[in-house]
Design a protein around this ligand. Structure first.
Ligand SMILES: NC(=O)c1ccc[n+]([C@@H]2O[C@H](COP(=O)([O-])OP(=O)(O)OC[C@H]3O[C@@H](n4cnc5c(N)ncnc54)[C@H](O)[C@@H]3O)[C@@H](O)[C@H]2O)c1
Length: 315
């Protein structure tokens, strides 16, 4: 099997993991990494035995690189992803995909024009427990879905200084809610704020409403001294609760509590494997550019709702 030639742009905390997984996968051959921080690029390249670059344009000239992961700071993701698409590379762009929806639309348009894959790093969808919940909702084994709540709280990672908690953390849950409800919310109401005099919001409470009175509630903050990542889905017959960190799933109904044994799997491995397989087989990825754009639109509507103190209706 011919391996897919790949590279990583941005080799900080997360890009380094992309490089490691690409190196480990049978489907991919890591060929290069690039970071504007030369020391970082060199260190990661050395660790994985590939060539370091500090100039993205130069790296993208290589014909053997067919696809890239873009893992730069959130506000520079779209610029680098656009360069990669224009250089005819398939792209996995990390969340939040772009700094604004206009940039995200440009990425989708360019990928379409070039006939390239674009997918967004909504990692949570690759956690096996999420797939179990999605199936239960679809088959109605928990009855009709009524509501879902997500809690994603921890301390502020100081390296994140260019976006607030909505575009950094809550966007994962926004995507998961769209995925589980299998539809787009019709309205959003949010309260966000800054407690620690940072440039962007460090807490957010977001309520999404869906057709027929279904709702989702998302709590995110960088104010909690410990890390919690929990999803609870309430159906008319049972409740499913997933701890994203341990990947433990609990299913409760009026008679019993069950914990189905689901083997732990590294979601990034599943995500990058899926990306590579979609490119090789010419198949549509689970997460499209449109999913990225829609999540970003909802995140922006949440910020607008909080600024105005009103419900924002979504088209
Ligand atoms: N999907 C997930 O679960 C997940 C998890 C963590 C981070 N992320 C995303 O990954 C991205 C990176 O986050 P991080 O925590 O690794 O940040 P980081 O600050 O540790 O790393 C970012 C790196 O990008 C480099 N960089 C910035 N602009 C660049 C450019 N134009 N060209 C090349 N290199 C550039 C920086 O020098 C730095 O080394 C963010 O968008 C973040 O939202 C996603």
């Amino acid at each position: 099997m011919k391996k897919l030639g790949v590279a990583v742009i941005g080799t900080g905390f997360w890009g380094r993991n992309h490089a490691r997984v690409f190196k480990e996968l049978e489907e991919t051959e890591l060929l290069a990494v690039c970071d504007i921080n030369a020391e970082r690029a060199k260190a990661v390249a050395k660790q994985f035995g590939v060539k370091p670059y500090t100039n993205v344009g130069r790296m993208l000239k290589r014909k053997d690189i067919e696809a890239v992961s873009v893992c730069t700071w959130s506000t520079s993701l779209a610029k680098e992803a656009l360069k990669a698409l224009k250089a005819e590379k398939h792209v996995l762009v990390e969340k939040p995909m772009a700094a604004n929806t206009k940039q995200a639309e440009k990425l989708i348009e360019t990928a379409e024009k070039q006939g390239l894959h674009i997918t967004v790093g909504f990692l949570m969808r690759f956690i096996p427990g999420v797939q179990h919940i999605k199936t239960a909702v679809k088959k109605r084994t928990i009855g009709d879905i009524v509501c879902a709540t997500a809690k994603r709280v921890s301390q502020w990672p100081e390296r994140i200084g260019d976006v607030g908690v909505v575009k950094d953390l809550a966007i994962h849950d926004i995507d998961i809610m769209r995925h589980l409800f299998n539809e787009d919310p019709i309205a959003v109401y949010a309260k966000t704020g800054r407690m620690l005099h940072r440039k962007y919001e460090d807490y957010a409470h977001i309520m999404l409403t869906f057709k027929g009175g279904k709702s989702a509630f998302i709590e995110s903050n960088w104010l909690t001294p410990y890390k919690t990542r929990i999803l609870t889905v309430t159906g008319s017959r049972a409740i499913m609760k997933l701890d994203y960190i341990t990947q433990r799933l609990t299913v409760e109904d009026s008679k019993e509590t069950k914990q189905p044994r689901i083997p732990w799997k590294e979601p990034l491995k599943l995500e990058l494997q899926h990306f590579a397989n979609c490119i090789s087989k010419g198949e549509k990825p689970l997460i499209t550019g449109i999913d990225g754009l829609k999540a970003l639109k909802i995140a922006e509507a949440a910020l607008k709702s909080s600024a105005r103190g009103t419900v924002i209706k979504l088209k």
